[in-house]
Design a protein around this ligand. Structure first.
Ligand code: FA5
Length: 336
C-alpha cells in the first residue's frame, strides 16, 4: 500500500468537499473503522520488519494530519451559508411554488350570500341568524300555519325521530322561522335579513333541490306599507342584477303575510330564450304573527320576504341547472 498516493488522493478529495454530506462520506472512506487508514494499519502487520518503523511513522503523521484537516473542513462546512438557490425555502407557500396546488375560493353560494348581505346592509338591514334544527313552533305555529295545513305534511318536511310525546323537531323548511326568533328577542323598529340553509324533500330538477338557501327579510315599524315592500324588492333587484332587470309581482298566499305576493325575474338563457323564474315570496306581516310574539299590531306594521339564493345566483350568472352548485365539479366552481 502506498501512503504517498493515499495522502495525495485524500488531500484532493478534502479540497473538493462542498457539503456536510460530502464530509461524512470522506470520513467513512478515510477515517472510518473500515476506512483506508484502518486498512493501512492492518497492512503494517504484513510488511517486512525493516520497513515497519518507517511505514508506521509515515502512517501516524498522515493520520494526524488528515484528522485535523478533516475536522477543520467539517466545521467550516457546518457553519457555511448555502449558495443562493441551492436549498428549498420550506416557508414558501406551496401554491406559488408548485402549479398543481390551486388556491381555493368561496363557494358561489357563499359569494352570493356575501353580495346579498352587503347590498342589504347598504339598504339599512342588519344580518340575523337562527338554527337549522328547528321546533314546529318557530317553523309553523308562530307563523300562523294551522295544524292541518298541507305544508306541515311529514312527507313535505324532514322531521326528526323523537320519543313519543316529545316536542317535534325538524330541519327548518324556510328561513321565516328566523323572523319569529328575531321578533321574540327584539322590539321594533326591526330591519333584518337572515341568510341560511333550508330543507325540503322536493323532487330534484333544474330549479329545485332538497337542500337550498333562502334569504329572509323582515321590516317592522310604524307606518310600513306594501309600497315600501315593493320598493325594497325592486331596489334589491336593480342593485343586484342591474338597472335593466325585469321583475313582476303576482298575488299569492302565505299564512304569515296578508296580503301576499310572489316575485319573479325574467331569466335570459344562453340560447336566447327567456322565462320568468320565481325568486321569492313576500307580503305584509299578518297581525296574527305579531300577536304570537307580543308586538302590538295596532301600533306596528311590517313586511317580510324570502328569496331563493340559488335562484338569485342562477339569474346573475346565467346558470341553467341548480344541480351544478352541489356536484363539486371544480371546472364549474372555479369559474366564479
Ligand atoms: C317560502 O319559503 C316563504 N317562507 C317565503 C316568504 C317569506 C313569504 C316571507 C312571505 C314572507 P316558498 O316556498 O315559495 O316561500 O320559497 C321561497 C323561494 O325559495 C322560492 O321562490 C324559490 O326561489 C326558493 N325555493 C323554494 N323551493 C325550492 C327548492 N326546492 N329548491 C330551490 N329553491 C327553492
Amino acid at each position: 500500500m502506498n501512503l504517498d498516493e493515499l495522502a495525495q488522493s485524500a488531500a484532493a478529495e478534502l479540497a473538493g468537499l462542498k457539503s456536510p454530506d460530502d464530509a461524512e462520506r470522506f470520513r467513512i472512506k478515510y477515517l472510518g473503522t473500515k476506512g483506508l487508514l484502518k486498512q493501512a494499519s492492518d497492512h503494517l502487520r504484513t510488511i517486512p520488519a525493516d520497513q515497519k518503523r518507517a511505514f508506521g511513522q509515515q502512517l501516524n503523521v498522515l493520520k494526524n494530519e488528515l484528522t485535523s484537516k478533516f475536522e477543520a473542513a467539517r466545521k467550516e462546512l457546518a457553519t457555511a451559508k448555502p449558495a443562493a438557490g441551492s436549498l428549498t425555502d420550506v416557508t414558501e407557500p406551496g401554491c406559488l411554488k408548485f402549479d398543481r396546488y390551486q388556491p381555493g375560493s368561496l363557494h358561489l353560494i357563499n359569494q352570493t350570500i356575501e353580495s346579498l348581505t352587503d347590498l342589504f346592509s347598504k339598504m339599512g338591514f342588519a344580518v340575523a341568524g337562527g338554527p337549522e334544527l328547528e321546533d314546529e313552533f318557530h317553523n309553523f305555529d308562530a307563523l300562523n300555519v294551522p295544524a292541518t295545513h298541507p305544508a306541515r305534511d311529514p312527507l313535505d318536511n324532514f322531521y326528526l325521530e323523537r320519543p313519543s310525546g316529545a316536542q317535534p323537531f325538524m330541519l327548518r323548511s324556510q328561513t321565516s322561522s328566523v323572523q319569529i326568533r328575531v321578533m321574540e328577542r327584539s322590539k321594533p323598529p326591526i330591519r333584518i335579513v337572515a341568510p341560511g340553509r333550508v330543507y325540503r324533500p322536493d323532487t330534484v330538477d333544474a330549479t329545485h333541490s332538497f337542500m337550498f338557501h333562502q334569504l329572509e327579510g323582515l321590516v317592522v315599524d310604524t307606518d310600513v306599507t306594501m309600497v315600501d315592500l315593493k320598493t325594497c324588492i325592486d331596489q334589491f333587484a336593480r342593485g343586484f342584477f342591474g338597472s335593466d332587470v325585469q321583475t313582476r309581482f303576482r298575488p299569492s298566499y302565505f299564512p304569515f303575510t296578508e296580503p301576499s305576493a310572489e316575485f319573479d325575474v325574467l331569466f335570459h338563457y344562453p340560447d336566447g330564450s327567456t322565462r320568468w323564474i320565481e325568486l321569492g315570496g313576500c307580503g305584509m306581516v299578518d297581525p296574527a304573527v305579531f300577536a304570537k310574539v307580543g308586538i302590538d299590531p295596532e301600533i306596528y306594521t311590517g313586511f317580510a320576504f324570502g328569496l331563493g339564493i340559488e335562484r338569485v345566483a342562477m339569474r346573475r350568472h346565467g346558470i341553467g341547472d341548480i344541480r351544478a352548485f352541489y356536484e363539486n365539479d371544480v371546472r364549474f366552481l372555479s369559474q366564479f
